[in-house]
Design a binder for this molecule. Structure first.
Ligand code: NAI
Length: 343
């Protein structure tokens, strides 16, 4: 028996509890040794305790330094600040790793194997915004400040370049908009090129591309890319685009990594339009759980989980509606668990 690994579990909002239950069923079938401490956040936190990020949740992650998290709802426009952003800040989870790999062959884009590494703490995402009222219009002007630092860019780029080397990536593309935001994204580009020249030259190929051209190239020929590394907002947008190349948000996992803590989640949100219907695709969160298993040095279990997902989709042909199937969360999970247990 492996030693129990304490970990925080946040079921989250909307479809969160449904996909978290499905993922726990898979992890139980694998006999993954996580010792879960269940906590709340997001809308669930507001409803239960009047706080989208209750102290008990923060204390739990302070203790475990490891969490699996369902999506958390954030109101648009007004309302409370994103609990996801606050969690990333609190635990200095500076790297957001979002791999996208084709699991179901024969789609519009086949054989995709890409990873987006997104800076997770800086840029326009910091939410330093305000309105300027003019002539009685309280929202006459809206302003936002973006902040990128040399140090913040460097540690993210170092993480990305190290990840490229250890996972055998052949090419890293730095995505920027330094032609227009010369300082804000120029610092990221400059830091990346300096770091490559000084420490990584020859270990992989480097290229740079402007975000708008990158979006077009990803749709025309995504196979030209291997790893994309970029600032916070661009990474947010590109990782959804890349998820679309492999079948949509239901297939896209993410890891938020810091120096001494990590939180694993799906790229997608709480999907309020389908919450409670039992039709959500749990694969994105399951793939995040596989990343979590890799993170705790249990690559065999991670591989078993990924292999079982592959077999359930392609051999058993059990698929949820977003993948064009007639299955639901429960039927997919049942077939997956059977694959894990029986091979
Ligand atoms: P969303 O990702 O929740 O949904 C976008 C579309 O994809 C919807 O049509 C939804 O039904 C579909 N979808 C998403 N996940 C799916 C799954 N597993 N299976 C099948 N279909 C799926 O994005 P939306 O609607 O913009 O955001 C809803 C809420 O989620 C917002 O409050 C937002 O702030 C929050 N959010 C939270 C995130 C997190 O916790 N990491 C990330 C993104 C959004």
């Amino acid at each position: 028996m492996s030693k129990p690994i304490p970990a925080t579990l946040i079921p989250g909002d909307g479809i969160g509890p449904e996909i978290v239950d499905a993922t726990l069923a898979a992890l139980d079938a694998l006999k993954a040794p996580f010792e879960w401490d269940r906590q709340i956040a997001g809308l669930g936190g507001v409803t239960a305790e009047g706080d989208p990020l209750p102290k008990a949740t923060l204390d739990s992650i302070r203790r475990t330094r490891l969490a699996l998290k369902g999506p958390l709802e954030t109101p648009s426009g007004g309302g409370y600040r994103s609990s996801n952003v606050r969690l990333r800040e609190e635990f200095q989870l500076y790297a957001n790793l979002r791999p996208a790999r084709t699991i179901i062959p024969g789609g519009r884009f086949d054989k995709i194997d890409l990873v987006v590494v997104r800076e997770n703490l800086e840029g326009l995402y910091i939410g330093h915004e305000h309105y300027v009222p003019i002539n009685g219009d309280p929202h006459a002007v809206a302003m936002a400040t973006g902040v990128n630092t040399r140090q913040g860019s460097r540690r993210l780029l170092e993480y990305a370049f190290e990840h490229a080397v250890t996972t055998g990536r052949k090419k890293v593309t730095i995505v920027h908009k330094a032609n227009i935001m010369k300082a804000l994204t120029g610092i990221f580009l400059e830091t990346g090129l300096d770091l490559y020249e000084s420490r990584y030259k020859g270990k992989f190929e480097i290229e740079t591309v402007i975000i708008d051209a990158c979006a077009m190239k990803l749709v025309l020929n995504p196979w030209q890319f291997d790893m994309l590394v970029t600032t916070n907002l661009f990474g947010d947008i590109l990782s959804d685009l890349v998820a679309g190349l492999v079948g949509g948000l239901g297939m896209a996992p993410g890891a938020n990594i810091g120096a001494d803590a990590a939180i694993f989640e799906a790229v997608h949100g709480s999907a309020p339009d389908i919450a409670g219907k039992g039709i959500a695709n749990p694969i994105a969160l399951m793939l995040a759980a596989a990343m979590m298993l890799d993170h705790v040095q249990m690559p065999d279990l991670a591989t078993r989980l990924r292999t079982a997902i592959d077999a359930t989709l392609n051999l058993d042909k059990v698929r949820t509606g977003d993948l064009g199937g007639t299955g639901n969360t429960a039927s997919f999970t049942k077939a997956l668990v059977s694959r894990i247990v029986n091979g």
